[in-house]
Design a protein around this ligand. Structure first.
Ligand SMILES: Nc1ncnc2c1ncn2[C@@H]1O[C@H](COP(=O)(O)OP(=O)(O)OP(=O)(O)O)[C@@H](O)[C@H]1O
Ligand SMILES: [Mg+2]
Length: 372
């Protein structure tokens, strides 16, 4: 118990500092984000599905945040909500505040790297960036200045060696998948956005390429930017690069706080990470109900006894759904949740100069549209 208290006190002090700075710096804050999708044209209560349920948190400059959770937990939906790019069939309520005010997040403030790499395969890496720079950088900049930005960006993402290679397509062999992912990031950082959102920038990459991508993103964050990226099952080396962690399960927050404190949170909640297990693997195993479904199906069809490895907590007789429920409740009553709300609230109160009717209270339908 004493250990638990000291862990919480350390966490609280660190989290208090973070929530205090959320109000002071140029932060991105999201408060009570709820997203509901109409699954068919009837749009009655039975046909609606809740994708996110009251998610609150904040992201600070100089820090990189991992957005983790099992498949279908709402990671892309949250990124879409933060970027203002929700599809037309969903409704969102809640606030997204950048820099303490309610103004529209314009293109220079926020960039979003989605999962798909869409390029012209016949262009080289440098040509792609040069065209993008011509189109996206201000017309007041000279061509030489724009090319200088292109060179800097290529170096930052380690693409100098393949700058003259074709990107390639189904019939033309080109750059590797890791290089394509880095090129997608290059295009978005050309305009030097303050907030960079990325949906699974490491999907399909091996651990070394993943490490390279997250390392480069961490450097971008260290330049004073906010970086938030969703990621599936990072290796421990990659996980250690993240400052903050938001863990979702079925649209609910399981943990929001410093990445390094998550192990303590799980241990205090009664689900310690086994020694020699990669912490992010453990976090996901605790909240992925799909594991139970797969194992049950295998046991029935192949009459295999998975013993203790089949159930995460066989001694406690808990299903993954039970564990997930316990963790969600534990988070709700924890200091981490209080601090997430405190950070959001303080930032909301910073918006002194704007009249109340400009509050970006979003109840508008579709397209992630921001009401102003
Ligand atoms: N526009 C939509 N209409 C209806 N349901 C949707 C819509 N967008 C997402 N969903 C559902 O919401 C849930 C969360 O989807 P989302 O894509 O955010 O998950 P995710 O965590 O990004 O998953 P993955 O790791 O597989 O990318 C899923 O069950 C998905 O089917
Ligand atoms: Mg996704």
């Amino acid at each position: 118990m004493a250990e638990r208290s000291s862990g919480y006190i350390e966490g609280m002090i660190e989290e208090d500092k973070r929530s205090a700075s959320a109000s002071a710096g140029k932060c991105l804050v999201w408060e009570d984000i709820t997203v509901v999708a109409a699954q068919n044209l009837r749009n009655d209560a039975t046909s609606r599905k809740q994708l996110l349920n009251g998610i609150s948190g904040f992201a600070e400059p100089h820090r990189i945040m991992a957005l983790m959770g099992p498949s279908g937990s709402g990671k892309s939906t949250l990124l879409d909500a933060l970027a203002g790019r929700l599809p037309a069939n969903v409704k969102m309520s809640g606030d997204v505040i950048h820099n303490g005010n309610k103004r529209r997040l314009n293109c220079r403030d926020i960039s979003y790297v989605t999962q798909d790499d869409l390029f012209l395969g016949s262009l080289t890496v440098r040509e792609t960036l040069e065209y993008s720079a011509q189109l996206r950088l201000p017309s007041t900049m000279t061509k030489d200045d724009k090319n200088e930005v292109v060179e800097e960006t290529l170096t930052k993402m380690g693409l100098q060696d393949c700058a003259e290679n074709n990107i390639g397509n189904w019939h033309l062999r080109g750059i590797s998948n890791g290089e394509k992912r880095r090129l997608s990031i290059c295009i978005e950082i050309l305009t030097q956005p303050h907030v960079l959102l990325l949906d699974e920038p490491t999907s399909g990459l091996d651990s070394a390429s993943s490490f390279f991508v997250i390392w480069a993103l961490r450097n971008i964050a260290h330049d004073g930017r906010i970086v938030i990226c969703s990621i599936h099952q990072p290796s421990s080396d990659v996980f250690n690069l993240f400052n903050d962690l938001l863990l979702l399960a079925e649209g609910e927050t399981v943990y929001f706080g410093e990445a390094k404190t998550a192990v303590k949170f799980f241990a205090d909640a009664g689900f310690p990470c086994p020694i020699r297990k990669n912490p992010p693997d453990h976090f996901l195993r605790c909240v992925s109900s799909n594991f139970d479904k797969v194992i049950t199906a295998l046991m029935i069809s192949q009459r295999i006894n998975y013993g203790s490895s089949g159930s995460l907590n066989s001694e406690m007789n808990l299903t993954t759904d039970d564990i997930k429920g316990k963790l969600i409740n534990e988070y709700k009553s924890s200091q981490f949740s209080t601090n997430a709300r405190k950070g959001s609230k303080k930032s909301l109160h910073c918006r002194k100069n704007l009249p109340p009717n400009q509050t970006r209270k979003i109840v508008a339908a579709g397209g992630g549209s921001y009401a102003h």
